[in-house]
Design a protein around this ligand. Sequence first.
Ligand SMILES: *Cc1c(COP(=O)(O)O)cnc(C)c1O
Length: 376
Amino acid sequence: MTQLGDAWRAARPAVAGIHLDSAACSRQSNAVIDAAAQHARHEAEVGGYIAAAAAEPVLAAGRAAIATLTAMRADDVVFTTGSNHALDLLLGAWPGPRTVACIPGEFGPNLAIMAAHGFDVRMLPVDLDGRVLVVEAAANLQADPPGLVHLTGIASHRGVAQPVAALVELCRTLDIPLILDAAQALGQLDCAVGADVVYSSSRKWMAGPRGVGFLAATPEFAGRLVRRLPPADWDVPVGVLQSFEHHEHNCAARVGFSLAVGEFLATGPDAVRARLAQLAKTARTTLDRTAGWRTCEPVDEPTAITTFIPPEGVDPARIRQWLIDNRGIVTTAAEVARAPFELAGPVLRISPHVDATDTDLEAFGVALDEATRSVG
Ligand SMILES: *Cc1c(COP(=O)(O)O)cnc(C)c1O
C-alpha cells in the first residue's frame, strides 16, 4: 500500500470485496457522495431551480478543473450525461464532410454514433498492439484528408496508450480537427495536449457519480459548428456549446462530478498516473499465464487497464460472474461489440484504481485460477 493509495482508500466507504473495475465505474469518495446528497436536500428546501443557481460556483469550479485537465478554457466546457452523449451532440452539429478517420480499436458504441450521423469511417494505420503509426498516418491523412480525426486515447477493451500528443500535432499541421475520446484516457494519460475537442465521463477514473460527463471544444472549433437545437435559422441568442447544455439535468450529479475532479487535481494527476501504471505493471508481470489466461498489454504500458485473453473454451462473462458471486471481486467481461474491428473474442479486464494493493492483485490471481477450474 502506498501513501497515495491509503489516502484514496480512507476517503471512501469501505469496499465490499475487491474492486478492480474503475474503467467501468470507480468508487466515489465520501465527500463526493455527501455533496450530491446535500444538493438533493437543498433542492427539497429551496426548490430545484433555486438550488441549481446556488450551486453555480461549484459547477464553475468543476468546469475550471476539467479545463485544467484538458487544456481548454472553463467557458468552453459543457456538462453532458456522458461520453457517448458528448459525441452524439458534437457530430450532430458538424457541418463539414461526414468522413472520419479513427483506429481499428475504436469503441463500438462510438462507431454506432458515427454511423447514425451518416459518417463514413476509415481506419488509421496501427501496429500490432493497435497503436496509431503516426508517420504512416501522416501520409494517409495528407493524401485523402477526412473531415475529422477521432482518437480514443485509451480503449475500453485494451490498455494501450495512443500517441495522443503526436497525433494532435500532426492533425494541427494538416489542419484536420482532432476529437479526443478521453472516457478512459482522462486520469490515465495527459489529456492537456491541444486536441480540438475532448470529452469524457465522470464515473470512470475521475471517480465521480454516474450519468454525467463533459464536452470541451476550442472556440475555433466550436465556431465551425452549426447549432441543431433550436434550429440554426431561428433568431435566438444561443451559442452552439450553450445549445449542448441539457436544460433538464441531474444537477446533484454535476455537483458531485465537479468535486471529484477537484479531488483528482488535489491528489495530483502525475502521482495518480504513476501509481496506476505501477499497479498495472505488477498485474501484467505476475498474472500473465494464470490458469492459461494471457495478458494483452506490453508490461510497461503507462496505463491502468490490463486485459486477459481466455484459454480455449473459457467464457469471460461466466468468469466475471463467478468472481463476483464467490469472491466479491469486480471485473469486466469485454465483449467483441466493444471493439468490433479489433477484438477477436471477449476478454476479461481488470482496472484497479490507486487504492488497490499487490495483495488484491494476488487474491485476484488465485480467484481467477479457481474460477477457471470451476467454470471451465
Ligand atoms: C465508457 C466509454 C465510453 C462511453 O462513456 P459513457 O459515459 O458511458 O457514454 C466511450 N468511450 C470509451 C473509450 C469508453 O470506455
